[in-house]
Design a protein around this ligand. Sequence first.
Ligand code: 5RP
Length: 220
Amino acid sequence: MDQNQKKMSAAAEAVKYVKENAILGVGTGSTVNYFIDGLEPIKDKIKGAVSSSVASTKKLEAMGIKVFDLNEIDSFDIYVDGADEINPEMDMIKGGGAALTREKIVAAVAKQFICIVDDTKVVDVLGKFPLPVEVIPMAREYVARELTKLGGRPVYREGCVTDNGNHILDVHDLRITEPKKLEQLVNAIPGVVTVGIFGKRGADVLIVGTEDGVKVSSRQ
Ligand code: 5RP
């Protein structure tokens, strides 16, 4: 079974959490694309979605699923998204697809975060995957110097402009033993829009696609 098949099986399991008449929070990335595909048979039974990126919005709308402006919605039950890494406490690194800011906003409004990954994403300690940080373009070099002081090696993601018109620094060489603390520290640097650590709002349910089928766990 290859990585894509594992992503597909995790995504299919997440479709089972979708209730009739629901508005869904929808993340971004290749695993979420499988989840959106999985909505096809039930798309007429849901009210619609709140989307975390231009790419997911386009895919949802192409299927005929209504996409709501988040400002119109007070609350909704589930947010389904992938991750670049997830640890046993269900803290995550996200932002490999540069959608981290909108993902964090939509996740904050959802009652439950359902994370769908293949088993290569499950780690003991976050940080092998370079940590994405969305920055205001004029602050890029300043933020990079501050991230270096925190022990990281920031690399500018050349050619990447986020849906919000900002830039991404990918921070290498971090071993993130205290994700929530680092999340706060990086978010406090002037010019940082969002750091890709999802610790304050981690996942509630983790669905992992593996060689032996899907493994589901919930936050204790
Ligand atoms: C996008 C993300 C994605 O959830 C993350 O990069 C995982 O992507 P994929 O499902 O393609 O492996 O955070 O900003």
